[in-house]
Design a protein. Structure first.
Length: 159
């Protein structure tokens, strides 16, 4: 048996107007008529500025004490899921930005190191070319090893 549901509460101006926010009509017309008569009773009681006595199964919530009482559990979970998704999205964007900046610094450092190594390589090639020249080799052989140029009679060619 389904019964219609009426949400009632105090508005922000603290007057005793009853607020109905949602209807859940049953298929049976008897329940429909009962809910309409309840609403008429509540409206007439609030119009005469008397404190309306609610039926036993209905409670007038205090909106100041429970500000989120208007949310159902389903709405709460949906809103919390959307909020968590937004937090993860923002966190992912921040983290990816952090990674891209870190990689940019690393690329810059590696590019600088590459340029330094290319300069060292160029200097070593120049030094190798100088050391490998015939004039440099001959001078090193005379000064370090004490070798001299052979005379014409000291050279023997073997076939």
């Amino acid at each position: 048996m389904s019964v219609s549901r009426i949400k009632v509460g105090l508005p922000l101006d603290s007057s005793r107007k009853l607020i109905h926010s949602s209807w859940k009509w049953s298929v049976k017309t008897r329940a429909k008529k009962e809910s309409v008569s309840r609403i008429r009773l509540l409206k007439s009681a609030s119009a005469s500025s008397k404190v309306a006595s609610l039926p036993e199964n209905q409670v007038m919530p205090n909106l100041a004490a429970a500000p989120l009482s208007f949310l159902s559990a389903r709405h709460f979970f949906v809103l919390s899921a959307v909020f968590m998704a937004a937090i993860f999205l923002v966190w992912g964007l921040i983290y990816s930005n952090h990674l891209s900046v870190a990689m940019s610094y690393e690329i810059s450092d590696l590019t600088q190191r590459k340029l330094e190594l290319l300069e060292i390589n160029r200097q070593l090639k120049t030094e190798l070319a100088q050391i490998g020249s015939l004039g440099q080799l001959e001078e090193a052989a005379r000064s370090v090893l004490g070798l001299i140029t052979p005379s014409q009679g000291q050279i023997v060619v073997i076939n």
